[in-house]
Design a protein around this ligand. Structure first.
Ligand SMILES: NC(=O)c1ccc[n+]([C@@H]2O[C@H](COP(=O)([O-])OP(=O)(O)OC[C@H]3O[C@@H](n4cnc5c(N)ncnc54)[C@H](OP(=O)(O)O)[C@@H]3O)[C@@H](O)[C@H]2O)c1
Length: 294
């Protein structure tokens, strides 16, 4: 099965490339800018023709949550119009598409983890543009799968775990928001889940459902995640710092994050037999890897 992944340097694109070797019978091709550019939909058809994939995974996106508050048009071009065009083109080629989406489609006011049946109510340009991307893929290609994930961390690209390790190199104390909760998700786990779904599609000829949540097990605040990162790092000789909890109001950001965007991933496990790892264990392994990479 040949899978075309959009983007090359992103966390998920790189994790998919790294994990594909562990999934028998999967050949993966990652293509990004300039050959495949979300802001230039004319680039899509030639790439699809050249690669002739059996499945497309749209892992590329505009992921700058705060930046998008100032560039909504660009956000919708990349996160909604590009998936729309990809969905139409894949339908014309008779191939399925997996669209990756986000916990930020929710407003964060739920007292329990969000399930797929919960109504989205995005509060940011990013969340609205990603939700429009979900709708566009749903409309453009009936043979689709939408996978919402959250708080992605990895050895690749830029992410919160790397930011904390870097910040602790030059500062003794870090203040981190303690009133926003979610599920830290290892990109490798997200990639394994997506590849499990691709395998199911290959063996059964269809996806069992169309919309799933897939995120790391267990809930954390950014503060808890930061503390855990540095508690693992310090005894290994890596950066260490005191982490102090603050409220969101003390860390004003352009885009207001959901207070609780925890996702329930039970349906994904039921239908694809895969569950992402516990965030504490997976983050500990990630920190060890990052320290070794230095
Ligand atoms: N990161 C998170 O915490 C998080 C949380 C929830 C959901 N998600 C979703 O998960 C998916 C993967 O996120 P990620 O963490 O891998 O994001 P990322 O590390 O920020 O990577 C973004 C990817 O998009 C590509 N890209 C950006 N602009 C592009 C353009 N104009 N044309 C083509 N490609 C372009 C980048 O391309 P290059 O290869 O050229 O750099 C990169 O591969 C996205 O759909 C995101 O919305 C992420």
């Amino acid at each position: 099965m040949k899978i075309l992944v959009t983007g090359t340097e992103g966390q998920l694109a790189r994790a998919l490339a790294a994990r594909a070797q562990f999934h028998r019978g999967i050949e993966l091709v990652c293509i990004g800018r300039p050959n495949l550019d979300l802001e230039a939909p004319a680039t899509f058809a030639p790439v699809l023709k050249l690669i002739a994939p059996d499945l497309v995974v749209n892992a590329a996106a505009h992921t700058g949550v705060d930046q998008q508050e100032d560039e909504a048009e660009r956000a919708f071009t990349m996160n909604a119009e590009a998936p729309s065009a990809l969905a139409r083109l894949t339908r014309l080629s008779g191939i399925p598409i997996i669209q990756v989406s986000t916990d930020y489609v929710f407003d964060g006011r739920s007292a329990r983890p969000y399930v797929e049946a919960d109504l989205p109510n995005p509060q940011t340009v990013y969340g609205r543009s990603k939700l429009a991307g979900e709708d566009a893929v749903r409309d453009g290609n009936p043979d689709h799968l939408i996978v919402r994930t959250a708080w992605v961390v990895s050895r690749y690209g830029r992410n919160f775990v790397k930011t904390m390790l870097t910040a602790a190199q030059s500062r003794d104390r870090l203040t981190v928001v303690a009133d926003q909760f979610g599920n830290p998700t290892e990109a490798d786990d997200l990639a394994d889940g997506i590849l499990a779904a691709a395998n199911t599609r290959r063996s059964t000829g269809s996806f069992p459902g169309r919309l799933y949540h897939l995120a790391g097990q267990g809930r954390a605040s950014w503060y808890e995640l930061a503390r855990h990162v540095l508690e693992v790092s310090a005894p290994l000789g890596g950066p260490s710092a005191v982490v102090e909890p603050i409220s969101s109001s003390m860390w004003p950001a352009k885009a207001a994050r959901p207070a609780n965007s925890e996702l329930n991933s039970d349906a994904f496990q039921r239908d694809f037999g895969y569950r992402a790892g516990d965030w504490r264990a997976r983050t500990a392994t990630l920190v060890e890897t990052l320290l070794q990479d230095r």
